[in-house]
Design a protein around this ligand. Structure first.
Ligand code: NAD
Length: 252
């Protein structure tokens, strides 16, 4: 029988912010497809470790605060110690909410640092290794519908996620011929910590729900298939896309 084009056995994936939400779900989906997981986060990732273990895949945790680029070289060195990292999922991200007219420099910098600056320099550090041994790899950035749309009350988030879409395209242009696929996933509205404020606001919750053709908020388990696709040989000729996984939101 021919090998599945979605088979990740023998590969290692580094997933940032894998302790909760979409990062955890992506780590589990990649593990179910056969990949070993290096989870990078600020705190213990026991729950993710247990779920990855249930999928029968190896798991390691690397503790790091990605609000600055200070730990980037250490993270890449520790992650690569037992063997090369083949897949990078840049999932860690934060959001700050306030009207644009009141938005502070601190809320601007905090979001841009995690969502865009550290993402770029972590990707650069790992890509140097992927290019050096000539075996390439897969980079998956977790973008947002705010990579396409404006939104309200989240100026630094929209700027960072729109920037991440541009960065995805730039890196794809530079590295596609060198064996690295750089793509992004744009999640729609998912049930995670990130969207707690929206879901607990009755009016916003109803307005959002009414616009989702699928008729429900995304469950984290509904994001994993797209990540497996972009991590696997099935997407070897796919470069620089931002793939919406949004229950049809952008189609409306
Ligand atoms: P979440 O808040 O549950 O997860 C965010 C993750 O990032 C956590 O694991 C957190 O620990 C990690 N993180 C944040 N700051 C960090 C730091 N300084 N150092 C290390 N790790 C840090 O929310 P989520 O929804 O799972 O978010 C995951 C990604 O998906 C984010 O990039 C977010 O912007 C994006 N996203 C989420 C939605 C949604 O509807 N939930 C929609 C679009 C995009």
């Amino acid at each position: 029988m021919a090998a599945s084009p979605f088979d990740l056995r023998g590969k290692t994936a580094l997933v940032t912010g894998a302790n909760t939400g979409l990062g955890q779900a992506i780590a589990v989906a990649l593990a179910q497809a056969g990949a070993g997981i290096v989870a990078v986060g600020r705190s213990a990732m026991d729950e993710t470790q247990a779920l990855v273990g249930q999928a029968g895949a190896p798991f390691r945790a690397v503790l790091a605060d990605l609000s600055s680029i200070e730990p980037v070289e250490r993270v890449v060195a520790e992650a690569s110690e037992p063997g090369r990292v083949d897949i990078l999922v840049n999932n860690a991200g934060i959001i700050r909410r306030a009207d644009a007219i009141d938005f502070t420099e601190a809320d601007w910098d905090a979001v841009m640092d995690v969502n865009l600056k550290t993402t770029f320099f972590l990707t650069q550090a790992l890509a140097r290794r992927m290019l050096a041994d000539g075996r390439g790899g897969k980079v998956i950035n977790i973008a947002s519908l705010l990579s396409f749309q404006g939104g309200i009350r989240i100026p630094s988030y929209t700027a960072s996620k729109s920037g991440l879409a541009g960065l995805t395209r730039l890196l794809a242009c530079e590295w596609a011929a060198k064996g690295i696929n750089v793509n992004a996933i744009a999640p729609g509205y998912f049930v995670t910590n990130n969207t707690e404020a929206l879901r607990s606001d009755e009016a916003r919750n109803a307005a959002i729900l009414s616009r989702i053709p699928a008729g429900h908020w995304g469950e984290p388990s509904e994001i994993g298939g797209a990540a497996v696709f972009l991590a696997s040989p099935a997407s070897d000729y796919v470069h620089g896309i931002v793939l919406p996984v949004d229950g049809g939101w952008l189609a409306r």
